[in-house]
Design a binder for this molecule. Structure first.
Ligand SMILES: NC(=O)c1ccc[n+]([C@@H]2O[C@H](COP(=O)([O-])OP(=O)(O)OC[C@H]3O[C@@H](n4cnc5c(N)ncnc54)[C@H](O)[C@@H]3O)[C@@H](O)[C@H]2O)c1
Length: 372
């Protein structure tokens, strides 16, 4: 059992627990926010998203960042130094060999998740695996099998579920306020910066794995059903002209087993002059209601003489500490590991979603409808 060595709430749930009855609602909400304990953590992959994981691990009151690893020593050192890790590695085997580490984030390029996730389970670690779970069904099945053998927790980090608009819509659906969900339209786009400058491995993934998966996860969560029939199209013009062999955009129509329908579209060739790197739209048509979510709506505009930025208020730092959905998703995983509870997004979810994403790519490449 893990030691209760650190305060677990703003002013320490441990101390509160000693003086207040457990049924006290304030105590219970603190318990919900931070499971007691101190989860020893490692982050594998210290790129754009891995640095974010390291910062969350350093900030979470019931988690301790022990080590960071990246093939690129400079990235590993920068993240380790910034977030106070005691160890920095360039070989993930060395990180996994540290017995004190109980859980790891695997934050590697989309197509490289399988080997490291499976090795982490074999080493007896809980795994927070970045989305997408994998880019092939075989890889997703192998990761799930490794988790089952280990008995450790696995969460696939579709962190957008922790955006308040998406979470509150789920709550409203569960309460029956919207009636039955029928149809979702979801768009998630990036500017050209992402495949040309941010990611060195854009040609190794496809938009269903990089972007559509976020919105597909939300729609599937709302619909409570699996994909039955998928028709998708894609085109390769702009990125191919730049020597990057991955399509510019995808559009996929998905019929679910329960009759719900989703339309998903993504591109990553929007001009870099756009005020924000992400463009998003989500509409949900229900039998008794309608929801329109634009999570990137510019509620915080930031203008200089060079450019206006729509910074949004979804995540970021307040007084140097990460806040928002990225941190909340991470905190949920830490709590689940400490409580030995199943996370909100499981490996089974990941496998089902992978099946649909692979079908989107197959349908777009073959021009055929794919039945699942
Ligand atoms: N949940 C989200 O909202 C979200 C956002 C961005 C990225 N992601 C996901 O996170 C993952 C990483 O994306 P990113 O944007 O950080 O990519 P990135 O290219 O910035 O970082 C990947 C890092 O992995 C390192 N790496 C590769 N192989 C390695 C190995 N064997 N051992 C150690 N390090 C290795 C690379 O050197 C690189 O620094 C992807 O799967 C991506 O889809 C999720």
């Amino acid at each position: 059992m893990l030691e209760h060595s650190r305060p677990t709430g703003r002013d320490g749930a441990q101390r509160r627990g000693n003086v207040l009855p457990l049924a006290d609602p304030e105590v219970m909400s603190m318990v919900e926010a931070f499971a007691p304990g101190n989860l020893k953590f490692g982050v594998i992959g210290a790129g754009v998203q891995g640095l974010s994981h390291a910062r969350c691990a350093a900030a979470a009151p019931n988690c301790e960042l022990v080590a960071v690893c990246d093939l690129d020593e400079q990235k590993a050192r920068t993240a380790g130094l910034q977030c106070g890790a005691r160890h920095v590695f360039t070989d993930y085997h060395e990180l996994l060999a540290l017995e004190e580490i109980e859980a790891v984030s695997v934050v590697l390029p989309d197509h490289l998740h399988r080997e490291v996730a499976a090795a982490a389970f074999a080493a007896g670690k809980h795994v927070l695996l970045e989305k997408p779970m994998a880019t092939t069904i075989a890889d997703a099945e192998a990761i799930l099998a490794a988790q089952k053998t280990s008995g450790k927790q696995l969460m696939i980090n579709w962190s957008n579920r922790w955006m308040h608009a998406f979470a509150q819509t789920k709550d409203s659906l569960d309460k029956g306020e919207l009636g039955e969900p029928l149809y979702a339209y979801a768009r998630l786009n990036n500017t050209l910066y992402v495949p040309t400058q941010m990611l060195s491995w854009a040609a190794n993934t496809r938009l269903p794995f990089w972007l559509i998966c976020h919105r597909y996860d939300i729609a599937r969560w709302y619909f409570g059903s699996e994909a039955k029939r998928i028709h998708a199209v894609c085109r390769s013009v702009k990125l191919r002209s730049l020597g990057i062999d991955t399509p510019d955009f995808y559009q996929a129509t998905v019929e679910f087993e329960n009759g719900c329908v989703g339309n998903f579209e993504s591109c990553w060739i929007m001009p870099e002059s756009m005020p924000y790197m992400v463009d998003s739209k989500f509409e949900l048509i229900c039998s008794e209601g309608y929801v329109n979510i634009d999570p990137t709506h510019p509620v915080y505009q930031h203008a200089t003489h060079n450019k206006q930025l729509d910074k949004g208020i979804l995540f970021g730092d307040v007084m140097g500490v990460p806040v928002g959905f990225v941190y909340q998703a991470f905190q949920h995983f830490v709590n689940c590991c400490l409580r030995n509870q199943t996370p909100l997004i499981t490996g089974e979810d990941g496998l089902q979603i992978t099946r649909a994403l692979v079908a989107m790519v197959e349908s777009a490449e073959t021009g055929q409808i794919v039945e699942l």
